[in-house]
Design a protein around this ligand. Structure first.
Ligand code: LLP
Length: 417
């Protein structure tokens, strides 16, 4: 057992569904992101089923993994989307996603992006400041439209996660304080081109406890109650994303426990519930396949230099995040403590520290839990083309993104006279 559903050892060879990773490496090369359609589908269904009779919409957070094949699979399952840029909106549309099921978050949406989303007729703008609201009101007026808006409220709740991905504390840049939100809803007549349809919050990512979600929901319910008692009609309550996954030994609530808790906690209100899960949907449905280039032993350390690097998977370098690293072919030889590092010229370029592995030159490794915030955060640092992505479906493998070429990478650059 690998500990990751849909990724299992068969005759000591790691498989994704029915396909051996060894075959994928031979056919598509390395490094390569590999996803399991079954794992993605199971994740979506677990969310969907847990909502049972509650009116709801799942808005997958596109930033977690924005490959259009993944967006398309989710759209086919009925998913909505949470976007944070005009580029993500274009991806959703290209993937066959429904703009009427799309919400637009983010603190810095520009005029072009707001206009694009107004023209596409999206479900809702999650507005994060008074300044943004004024701009959206003006643009909607110019386009003769009424913009549907949810204010993103900052509930000032500690998500107890890495500080870089905590978003619901009052010192964070996100959302507006509860008191300000109330004032804005009261002043709604000053915004003739805005229709206030919802309330929204998102407190952070990789949360492994339910409690912060419950605290945030309660604050949102209080605000909702206040607004309703003053005659405001609020159609939906968007509780954001943030459910964590297991990378190492974390024990986050299951998807169904999380959704059931949200439903129970909001049972006294009739509003449609929206959530914006990213990581919990795709994180453990993908891995990064990489090949060992060199084994290097110094008096202090054993290094496994692999062909993937921090530009391909930034999470270890950026957040000191842990990703399990599994051998693609198991053997019974003696293990050593390895520093699994990439070819990039920085000491911060590592995928894992102190991993017990038995390795030979050329061996393949699987960096697990890399489906979310892996490819979508990758870069071309050190002029490294971005890697290929494939989707496994039973015994079939589909290329869903070609490996970038150096030619494509420098195509937009030009010399000055
Ligand atoms: N909604 C909003 C408004 C968000 O900002 C985010 C994530 C989500 C939903 C989805 O959160 P999730 O369900 O995936 O936790 N790069 C970091 C994570 C950044 C999350 C940013 N916002 C990482 O690799 O851990």
């Amino acid at each position: 057992m690998s500990g990751f559903p849909e990724f299992n050892y068969l005759n000591q060879a790691l498989h994704v569904e029915s396909v051996a990773l060894q075959h994928i490496a031979e056919e598509f090369g390395t490094p390569c992101y590999v996803y399991s359609r079954a794992a993605l589908t199971a994740g979506y269904h677990e969310f969907e089923n847990a909502f049972a009779q509650r009116e709801h919409l799942i808005c997958y957070a596109v930033k977690a993994n924005s490959n259009i094949a993944i967006l398309n699979l989710l759209a086919r399952l009925g998913s909505g989307f949470d976007i944070v840029s005009g580029g993500e909106l274009q991806r959703v549309i290209r993937a066959g996603g429904d703009p009427r099921k799309t919400v637009f978050s983010g603190v810095g949406k520009n005029s072009d992006e707001l206009r694009m989303a107004l023209a596409a007729n999206i479900l809702c703008f999650n507005v994060e400041s008074l300044a943004e609201l004024h701009l959206l009101n003006q643009l909607a007026g110019e386009m003769n439209r009424k913009a549907p808006v949810s204010l993103r409220v900052n509930p000032d709740v500690d998500a107890k996660t890495h500080p870089y991905i905590s978003t619901g504390l009052k010192e964070n840049k996100f959302g507006v304080p509860v008191a300000e939100a109330e004032k804005i809803y009261h002043a709604r007549h000053q915004f003739p081109h805005i229709q206030f349809t919802g309330l929204d919050c998102h407190i952070g990512s990789q949360l492994t406890e339910l409690n912060p979600f419950m605290q945030a929901s309660e604050k949102m319910l209080n605000l909702l109650g206040q607004l309703q008692s003053q005659g405001h009609e609020i159609e939906h309550l968007d509780l954001g994303g943030g459910l964590g996954i297991r990378y190492a030994d974390e024990t986050p609530p299951s998807i169904s426990d999380y959704v059931s808790a949200l439903c129970a906690c909001t049972a006294q209100v009739k509003q449609r519930l929206l959530i914006e899960p990213g990581r919990a949907m795709i994180g453990n449905a993908g891995l990064l396949l990489t090949r060992t280039e060199y084994l290097k032993h110094t008096p202090d350390r054993n290094f496994a230099v692999v062909d993937a690097a921090m530009n391909d998977l930034m999470r270890p370098s950026l957040y000191d995040a842990y990703h399990a690293i599994l051998p693609v072919k198991q053997n019974n030889a003696e293990t050593h403590d390895y520093q699994v590092v990439g070819p990039i010229c920085e000491t911060g370029d590592f995928l894992g520290h102190d991993r017990k592995l038995s390795l030979a030159n050329g061996d393949l490794l699987a960096v697990m839990s890399a489906g979310a915030y892996g490819m979508s955060m990758s870069s071309n640092y050190n002029t490294r083309p971005r890697v290929a992505e494939v989707m496994v479906d039973g015994d079939a493998v589909h290329l869903i993104r070609q490996r970038e070429t150096i030619e494509q990478l420098i195509a937009g650059e030009q010399l000055i006279p």
